[in-house]
Design a protein around this ligand. Structure first.
Ligand SMILES: *Cc1c(COP(=O)(O)O)cnc(C)c1O
Length: 394
């Protein structure tokens, strides 16, 4: 049993060999600081520019609207905190959704403690934000709407274009945490009226610890990390050149293969979903049936506790994830599953499987076969299930 089936690509991805190859010379050969004057640093400088331009191109932005950061979490923190500070004189009200990543939600809590007011918009039972509620929440002192492009747990893709149109009509800035969507599905910052966008390298087969923020020209926000004059004085710190090169290469590969990847991965995802729903009773799919990330499947199995399922999957070499317990060892069910209206006891039995272009049909068949046995075994030990079966026989 040395098989490894990695189905946790929403948590992180493998760095592609081409990405690593592109990065390596910038550790050893072209190690110059891109901010330096001498020509030895030119290769590094050129590579940073090239990556910025590839990434800008992928979302329809201008090159000078892309800022490199230390990852998705930093970009999210920057977008919220710096916008809050820069637009304080207009107001202290921010709108977001109930299903954001903790990089957004915990930053919102931080701002609440500092006198900002945050409105958390509901989602429907498929995880789509309620647009009428969003629009109704806008007030004269609203400075920012931050809604994620696609949810990291249940995969639901949000109506970015509609949100952008609402934000624009009311003169409010729109930020989107696109960490799960960037380079996975098409995004265009102009068509969608996006003013700021967060993305991360390691969710797209690039390295960890590198991300970007897109900031539309004219948006006032300033530095979040203070120090040198890098990134047009908006993000200090010596450029992570290998990381930047790696993220650029990953974005380039994603762009070249996007249509194919979407088609192939979503076909495999649908095959996985169909097999699980057909072959494992008392199971539901979480998130939108069609309007979801190509690589995301998320299930709830009744009478099952997510943790034990993950441990047994791990014993079979399968990496998956559960909504609960991913944060600080807490056993609270996921805030996303509660927001789509699931009761606690059902939300506890959730399993997220996220595919990549490398996933094969054999991987899926092996996983479903193992999963069936695991669910059966866990249910056979569950008193709740026993009661349920007894009551149903009568
Ligand atoms: C992973 C993730 C983040 C955090 O990105 P890091 O680069 O790991 O800091 C933020 N938002 C979403 C939706 C994510 O999936």
């Amino acid at each position: 049993m040395n098989r490894l089936i990695y189905l946790d690509n929403a948590a992180t991805t493998q760095v592609y060999p081409q990405v690593l190859d592109a990065m390596l010379p910038f550790f050893t050969e072209h190690y110059g600081n891109p901010s330096a004057i001498y020509s030895f640093a030119n290769e590094a400088k050129k590579a940073v520019d090239q990556s910025r331009s590839t990434i800008a191109d992928l979302i329809g932005a201008n090159t000078d609207e892309i800022y490199f950061t230390g990852g998705g979490s930093e970009s999210d923190n920057w977008a919220l905190v710096a916008t809050a500070e820069a637009y304080e004189s207009k107001g202290k009200h921010i709108i977001t959704s109930k299903i954001e990543h903790h990089a957004i939600l915990h930053t919102c809590e931080y701002l609440e403690k500092r006198g900002y007011e945050i409105t958390y918009i509901d989602v429907d039972e498929k995880g789509t934000i309620k647009l009428d509620e969003l629009e109704a929440a806008i007030r004269p002192d609203t400075i920012l709407i931050s809604v994620m492009a696609a949810n990291n747990e249940i995969g639901t893709i949000q109506p970015l274009k509609e949100i952008g149109a609402i934000a624009k009509a009311h003169g409010v800035l729109f930020h989107t945490d696109a960490v799960q969507a960037f380079a996975h599905i098409p995004i265009n910052v102009d068509e969608m009226n996006i003013d700021m966008l967060s993305a991360s390298g390691h969710k797209i087969h690039g390295p960890k610890g590198i991300g970007i923020m897109y900031i539309r020209k004219g948006v006032k926000i300033r530095s979040f990390i203070h120090g040198g004059a890098q990134e047009r004085r908006r993000r200090a710190g010596t450029h992570n050149v290998p990381g930047i090169v790696g993220m650029g290469k990953a974005a380039e590969l994603a762009k070249a293969n996007m249509d194919n990847n979407i088609k192939n991965v979503s076909e495999l995802r649908d095959y996985l979903i169909k097999r699980v729903l057909d072959e494992i009773p008392y199971t539901r799919l979480n998130g939108h049936e069609t309007n979801r990330l190509p690589n995301n499947a998320n299930f709830c199995f009744r009478f099952i506790e997510g943790e034990s399922m993950l441990i047994l999957l791990d014993q079979n070499g399968i990496c998956g994830s559960s909504g609960s317990a991913c944060t600080s060892g807490s056993l609270d069910p996921s805030h996303v599953l509660l927001a789509i209206g699931l009761p606690h006891e059902i939300a506890h039995g959730s399993l997220r499987l996220t595919l990549s272009e490398q996933t094969t049909k054999e991987d899926i068949d092996y996983t479903v076969d193992k999963l069936k046995g695991i669910i059966e075994r866990l249910r056979s030990m569950s008193p709740l299930y026993e009661d349920f079966v007894k009551n149903h026989k009568e």
